[in-house]
Ligand binder design. Structure first.
Ligand SMILES: [Fe+2]
Length: 265
């Protein structure tokens, strides 16, 4: 490899105000520290843990996020339906049915290189969208005409489905990073044909929480089986994600390193 590696920072689901604060305080520093060319951040829980608003999306772009991905919570704030066709840096899963507003992939510039970002959603324990595997085949065939550098956010509940997407796409994309579970997994690796993989990036949000939610509220739901209005937990926050280095000529992953950084109080 002659060219300098391309460095992508992928960040796990931003949850509520604590997560947004962690992005503001940490993302610019991390981009400098790791010499990051592109930051891809899952923002679907940014608005109090459910959805994202146009103003929050604009704020992320101002704070150094280059591409925003999402998942099953993308439509929770209704105003996003009008906004998403106008902001192509905010993706929704590509395997929503044809005619769904917005797009599931984008090609952006990162220095001299073009990078594609593709957002997919699993179907196990999640709404049954179109097949993520066949959607990926179609998207990748199209995106590879533009660039061999492809980053996939696979938004899944089942670890098996994340791993299946990783192995299915090995050698065809630069990285498959999982989101949605809000718990970082310790299985980052390069797959045999050169795709960087992690089952879940984790969550950017409140540390003392049940996947972002105030523990006393989430516990009431479990203990009573009655609906309770979820609220993001308060207190210290952290940013979870992974730094991925890629050969820009071939699009192959070179390394993947997990990131867990506490946010300043
Ligand atoms: Fe999700």
């Amino acid at each position: 490899m002659s060219a300098r590696p391309l460095t992508v920072l992928c960040v796990g689901d931003v949850f509520g105000e604590p997560g947004r604060r962690a992005i503001e305080l940490l993302l610019p520093k991390l981009k400098k520290q790791h010499d990051v060319d592109l930051a891809v951040v899952n923002v679907e829980n940014a608005a109090a843990g459910a959805g994202v608003t146009p103003s929050l999306a604009r704020g992320f772009l101002e704070h150094g996020v280059d591409v925003m991905t999402s998942g099953n919570h993308i439509w929770d704030k209704k105003e996003i339906i009008e906004y998403i066709p106008k902001e192509n840096l905010l993706l929704r899963p590509a395997n929503y049915p044809p005619g769904t507003p917005g797009a599931g992939s984008i090609v952006v510039k990162a220095g001299p290189h073009k990078v594609a970002v593709l957002n997919l959603m699993g179907r196990v324990f999640l709404p049954t969208l179109d097949c993520p595997f066949r959607t990926a085949d179609d998207e990748i065939a199209r995106l590879r005409k533009d660039t061999p550098i492809i980053i996939v956010d696979a938004h899944c509940e089942a670890t098996s489905e994340s791993q299946a997407i990783g192995w299915y796409l090995d050698g065809r994309v630069s990285a498959v990073v999982g989101t949605h579970r809000h718990v970082q997994t310790a299985d980052e690796r390069l797959l045999p044909k050169g795709t960087a993989y992690i089952t879940d990036l984790g969550m950017t949000g409140p540390v003392d929480s049940i996947i972002g939610v105030e523990p006393s509220i989430a516990l009431q739901r479990f203990l009573t089986q009655m609906p309770h209005r979820f609220e993001p937990a308060k207190g210290p926050a952290a940013l979870h994600g992974a730094v991925i280095r890629i050969d820009p000529e071939t699009g192959q992953g070179l390394s993947i390193e997990r990131v867990r950084v506490p946010a300043p109080a």
